[in-house]
Design a protein around this ligand. Structure first.
Ligand code: ADP
Ligand code: ZN
Length: 742
């Protein structure tokens, strides 16, 4: 039996009962055990790691009330709402409620009806609240203090809140009550500061890995038309997303453009009044709009677990910021996509901003700050330019060593070959040398023109068609030269003036290259545009269509009750429902995310919808009185799929044709078709419209209705010479057996 509880044998039972989850996430069990043993704790876990549960479950299993300090009203409301939906008595006291309401809540707390009380830090520091707590401790008992977003206590962090500083004063009222600090802060300095400032006593320290395996990281080079690429990406993406821009002005511009192109987006930045900000944020949280366009002002108050993509349309200022902002994707552990758009122009903008860092009073440049900011920028550029696993660089920044080959970043999935471009570099640099011999300097674009033998007026007027380097670079495309030029700049092998003209000048390293004392290696093949993360949430047509129905049901119910949809069920729970199709309450209870309360509250509604769906689809329907067979827990057999299949899927989703894939992989086209068939059979979604036009697919489906889908030959005979076996197999794989049957 668990200490302090008469109800559960194991922590797992308590977890299932209150939260509906089958197992703990890494670290949670240890932390919870330590918390129940009344020891001070510092919990450092990345966003989405599941920190809340680390104090919520102990709160439920211990005597008395647990006090939770949270910096934002929005965060408190969100957590209390989610707890309430799990049938857990939690409440908050803050400035957003009326006096009367406050009185009612205080009464409930005194009556021992509340297990978790959320408070803002400024409240806790008010005298009447400390008196209230002292009383409360005598009457009901305080089980512990949990300080969420504990990095707010540190000036070194990014969200310093002076009120957090005074929290430790509370300790002497309750010397025996344990404290638990929680944060997603990645830097060691802030962690140390939390321990000191919160006066944690010999705390057990739990630092989780900062790797977020479900996030796909990619960097895309800004093309000459970045907006077009962005728009295409957003159109292709499913689910909620955030697009970060550097300035308010860019947020507004991008919002207008995307709205004009029919995407449901709203802006968020510090220049909007607080009502607008709140409204926009709520629309986003409730899935009324798909995308939030925002400055970095947006994020901390956002607990939305089902953000499916985060795009940085501008270069972030440092790696830590990038990690935290992109990390707002996929808190629910489901696949999500983080894209960084990287263009040379961004570097200029940030350099300009850095140069603006001056002391307001003296008007002097803040050299130290400028130096740090420049260094941080360089690290971001290195990240963007890197050819190795993105996780090595990110996690390395936080002092964590990662072995690489994550298989979930652009560099691991589409490794770019490194090539020796020493000769090309010499051509380019000697062209620059010729210019400076004439006492002149030019930018990269012009230099490329000369190398490629352009007949432009400017080149001819300058007489550069007579240079020995004129036209020696015709064998390379303009884009290849551009990539080489940028890479030389980033590697410091040539300089560019920052006087606004950006002309190239040689430095000592350039001369080493020219004298063949130094090799130049670059990853020249631009990384392929990356496919959307395969949407594993919805598989075959049937599952997809049931998933959509459940999604709609959840949204309707959420709107009617004015709560965000994710409060009711996570996407992952809906997916399991669509796959396993529980029809009775006993089956429904087996779905991860369905605890005691959600079973009682939503069981009928969701199983009813599932039964209706099955009836309409001509599938067998069960009622409560039927003996309940256990659910088939095995969704499509993804294990049968090998790397080679997945590579085919990647290429196909990137838009390559069967023939192209076959050539690239040196196999026959039919083999590639077989891969796709296998993928579909195992539940992957493959858009075969590109191979089999819809009218032909319809004809094939018709034929299968007539002669059955079992054997291929009769279908082929029915269709005639004009059709081939590959098409038939593809269409057959796409249609579920049942659709063929009816
Ligand atoms: P953090 O505060 O660390 O960012 P949360 O506490 O908000 O993370 O948890 C992130 C998501 O993970 C939430 O949707 C939460 O319900 C879910 N979650 C937490 N623990 C588990 C678990 N053991 N099993 C499944 N889901 C979990
Ligand atoms: Zn990687």
């Amino acid at each position: 039996m668990l200490a302090g509880s008469t109800q559960f044998e194991t922590l797992e039972q308590a977890l299932k009962h209150y939260f509906g989850y089958e197992e703990f996430r890494p670290g949670q069990r240890d932390i919870i055990t330590t918390a129940i043993a009344n020891r001070d704790l510092l919990v450092v876990m990345p966003t989405g790691g599941g920190k809340s549960l680390c104090f919520q479950l102990p709160a439920l299993l211990k005597q008395g009330v647990t006090i939770v300090v949270s910096p934002l009203i929005a965060l408190m409301q969100d957590q209390v709402q989610q707890l309430a939906d799990n049938g857990i008595a939690a409440t908050f006291l803050n400035s957003s409620i009326t006096t009367e309401e406050r009185r009612d809540r205080a009464a409930a707390i005194y009556n021992g009806e509340i297990k978790l009380l959320y408070l803002a830090p400024e409240r806790l520091n008010q005298e009447f609240i400390s008196n209230f707590l002292v009383d409360l401790h005598q009457e009901v008992g305080i089980a512990g203090f949990a300080i969420d977003e504990a990095h707010c206590v540190s000036e070194w962090g990014h969200d310093f809140r002076p009120d957090y500083r005074k929290l430790s004063q509370l300790r002497h009222y309750f010397p025996k009550v344990p404290w638990l600090g929680l944060t997603a802060t990645a830097t060691d300095r802030v962690r140390q500061d939390i321990i000191t400032q919160l006066d944690l006593r010999e705390p057990a320290i739990h630092v989780a890995s900062f790797n977020r395996p479900n996030l796909y990281y990619e960097v895309r080079r800004k093309t000459t038309t970045p907006y077009k690429e962005l728009l295409a990406q957003v159109k292709q993406s499913k689910g909620a997303g955030i697009i970060y821009c550097l300035s308010r002005k860019k947020v507004d511009e991008l919002t207008t453009k995307l709205q004009h192109d029919g995407i449901k987006v709203l802006p968020y930045h510090a220049g909007l009044d607080s009502q607008t900000r709140t409204n926009n944020q709520n629309s986003f949280i409730r899935d009324d709009v798909q995308v939030m366009i925002a400055t970095v002002a947006f994020g901390m108050g956002i607990n939305k677990p089902d953000v499916r993509f985060v795009i940085h349309y501008d270069l972030p200022r440092n790696i830590e910021g990038y990690y935290q902002e992109s990390g707002r994707a996929g808190r629910d552990g489901e696949p999500a996509h983080c894209t960084l758009y990287f263009g040379m122009g961004d570097i200029k903008t940030i350099e300009y901003l850095i140069a603006q860092k001056i002391d307001r009073e003296t008007g002097m440049a803040l050299e130290e700050e400028q130096r740090i900011a420049t260094q941080q920028l360089r690290r971001v550029i290195n990240y963007a330019e890197a050819t190795e696993c993105r996780r090595i660089i990110q996690l390395g920044y936080f002092g964590e060593s990662f072995p690489g080959n994550c298989d979930n970043c652009d560099n691991c999935k589409y490794p770019r070959p490194i090539s020796d471009w020493t000769i090309e570099s010499q051509k380019l640099l000697s062209c620059v040398a010729r210019f400076s011999k004439q006492g002149r300097n030019f930018g990269l674009a012009y230099t490329i023109d000369v190398l490629r033998g352009s007949k432009s007026d400017r080149v001819l007027k300058n007489g550069h068609d007579t240079l020995s380097t004129y036209g020696i670079g015709k064998d390379r495309t303009q884009n290849e030269w551009r990539i080489l030029g940028r890479s030389l700049l980033h590697q410091g092998l040539v300089d560019e003036t920052s006087d606004g003209y950006s002309v190239l000048t040689l430095n000592s390293l350039s001369w080493e290259v020219l004298k063949s004392q130094r090799k130049v290696e670059i990853a020249i093949a631009p990384s392929l545009p990356t496919a959307e993360t395969p949407d594993i949430s919805t598989n075959t047509a049937e599952i997809q269509s049931l998933y959509n129905r459940l999604h709609k049901l959840r949204k309707q119910y959420a709107d009617a009750n004015k709560v965000p949809p994710y409060v009711i069920f996570a996407d992952s729970s809906l997916r399991l429902m669509a796959q396993q199709q529980p029809q009775t309450l006993a089956q429904f209870a087996q779905i991860s995310g369905v605890g005691a309360r959600k079973l009682a509250q939503y069981g009928e509604m969701f199983t009813g919808e599932i039964r209706a769906f099955r009836a309409e689809s001509g599938l067998s329907v069960q009622t409560e009185s039927d003996p309940t067979p256990p659910l088939d827990p095995s969704p499509p057999r993804r294990r049968d799929i090998s790397q080679t299949h997945l590579e085919t899927l990647d290429m196909y989703q990137r838009g390559l044709s069967l023939a192209e894939i076959a050539t690239k992989r040196s196999v026959r086209e039919t083999t590639i078709a077989d891969h796709l068939i296998k993928l579909m059979e195992c539940g992957y979604e493959v858009d075969i419209d590109r191979i089999v036009p819809p009218d032909r697919a319809t004809a094939i489906a018709q034929a299968m209705k007539i002669v059955g889908a079992e054997r291929l030959t009769p279908i082929k005979e029915q269709l005639g010479e004009d059709y081939n076996y590959e098409e038939i197999k593809l269409v057959r794989a796409r249609l579920s057996d049942r659709e063929i049957a009816d």
